[in-house]
Ligand binder design. Structure first.
Ligand SMILES: Nc1nc2c(ncn2[C@@H]2O[C@H](COP(=O)(O)OP(=O)(O)OP(=O)(O)O)[C@@H](O)[C@H]2O)c(=O)[nH]1
Length: 419
């Protein structure tokens, strides 16, 4: 089975790399029951990465843990002394709350250098183990609250985050703000991460603001932001705010990596809100109409009523939570404390029902498959046998000379023949 088949059926590729009969893999993946492993005994004690993956999928909890440890050990043993010291230093600094180490760790996960990417994975795995241990001590409950915050340009996001962030740190929370701005790679700088937007908060020792630059792709948003979230949590930040401009695709990716998704909307008419995609309103667990002060209170009330009616018509995404529409003002502070109460209420209800853990688990799976898809597509597009044919095929499809299906078949065939 070659890579193209994978594009058609991802499990098939996994199956091939593991050399597990198709029916068996299918039953493993869908039943959740793992049959007894048949790998040679030696693989348990000194697994190669390949065997180890097999054991991770096929064996039960204890062997699974053993296998993960072995993979980590394999990775760790592959590090030079210098690399080992570097990862140790970052890890120790990070978990003891040193901001400089957190910043360096995020830079490491953002690196596109292949060796640095490997080091980043070693570090992330250690942070993950640390976090799991902390969660275990907390009766298995998450210690952090991940909130996605989106809104059109000028909605009042930075003014809100500044006020909200100060309120949280005054109450003893540690807040990190990751600003996802997919335009940063084209504009040459991150608009959202610009610290001048949140001057006071960026000086607060209990707040950490960081742009989350991306490779411009949704996969880029997924990877770097997800990994930055893990690192911030490892660094002891208990509220993670992921900010994104609500006019593109990135907010959908962000909605898939947070516990709660909050939409900020200005008290403006339809024209100003045109950039906001209907789909994003469906993702919102909470809609906050901003700038509800002075002359803007009346339009804010009207917009609130409109969104209350609109949300009633939308399909509910949770069995226990009905999205709410509130009004806030970051200028007067009105409604912001109540907003935090509503957010905590959401967290409490979702935790108690088990929906929060299920959501986080599902997000991990989606994340893994997004990365696989992104990687494989990249591999396909940059493969020497394909790269030069793609523009030609695209032209033929555009002119109507070839059907999209046939063009795809031809490209896949060319790709397959070179593997
Ligand atoms: N009256 C009033 N104005 C506000 C409030 N919050 C923000 N503004 C004003 O709205 C404008 C935009 O606010 P920002 O916080 O920069 O909005 P933003 O969503 O971060 O904008 P971008 O950086 O373009 O994405 C500024 O002129 C703020 O002064 C508020 O609560 N009340």
């Amino acid at each position: 089975m070659s890579i193209p088949a994978l594009l058609l059926h991802p499990y098939q590729w996994l199956l091939n790399s593991l050399r597990v009969p198709s029916r068996r893999l299918h039953s493993i993946l869908h039943s959740g029951r793992h049959p007894a492993p048949r790998a040679p005994r030696a693989a348990l004690w000194k697994p190669s990465g390949h065997h180890c993956t097999k054991w991770m999928l096929l064996s039960g909890g204890r062997r699974n843990a053993l296998c993960i440890q072995a993979t980590l050990r394999d990775h760790t043993e592959g590090l030079s002394d210098k690399e080992q010291r570097f990862v140790d230093k970052l890890y120790t600094g990070l978990v003891s709350g040193q901001r400089a180490c957190l910043a360096e760790a995020i830079t490491l996960v953002e690196s596109t250098h292949s060796r640095k990417k490997e080091l980043a994975q070693v570090l992330l795995q250690r942070v993950l183990v640390h976090r799991r241990e902390q969660e275990r001590l907390n009766q298995g409950k998450p210690l952090t609250f991940r909130v996605g915050l989106s809104g059109p340009p000028g909605a009042g996001k930075s003014t809100f985050i500044e006020y909200f962030g100060k309120m949280l740190t005054d109450r003893g929370h540690r807040l990190s703000v990751l600003a996802v701005d997919p335009s940063s790679c084209t504009s040459g700088g991150s608009l959202l991460g610009d610290k001048t937007r949140m001057i006071e908060l960026s000086r607060d020792m209990n707040a950490y603001i960081r742009p989350s630059p991306t490779s411009g792709t949704l996969g880029g948003v997924t990877r770097t932001t997800n990994e930055a979230i893990l690192l911030c949590e490892g660094g002891g930040y208990d509220v993670i705010l992921i900010e994104t401009v609500g006019v593109g695709q990135s907010e959908f990716a962000v909605a898939d990596m947070v516990d709660m998704f909050v939409l900020l909307l200005p008290p403006a008419g339809g024209d100003e809100l045109q950039g906001i995609k209907r789909g994003i309103i469906e993702m919102a667990d909470l809609v906050a109409i901003t700038k509800s002060d002075g002359d803007l209170v009346v339009p804010a009330r009207r917009i609130q009523a409109e969104y209350v009616s609109a949300l009633k018509l939308l399909r509910r995404r949770s069995g226990v939570w009905r999205p709410k529409v509130i009004r806030i003002s970051a200028r007067s502070g009105e409604g912001v404390s109540e907003m935090w109460d509503t957010m905590r209420e959401f967290q409490r209800v979702m935790l108690a029902s088990g929906e929060l853990s299920t959501k986080r688990q599902q997000q991990q799976k989606v994340w893994m498959w997004n990365l696989i898809q992104e990687n494989i597509l990249q591999h396909f597009k940059t493969h020497p046998s394909i790269q030069e044919q793609i523009p030609l095929m695209e032209r033929k499809v555009l002119s109507g000379a070839l059907s999209p299906g046939l063009a795809a078949d031809l490209l896949l065939k060319a790709f397959r023949s070179k593997h």
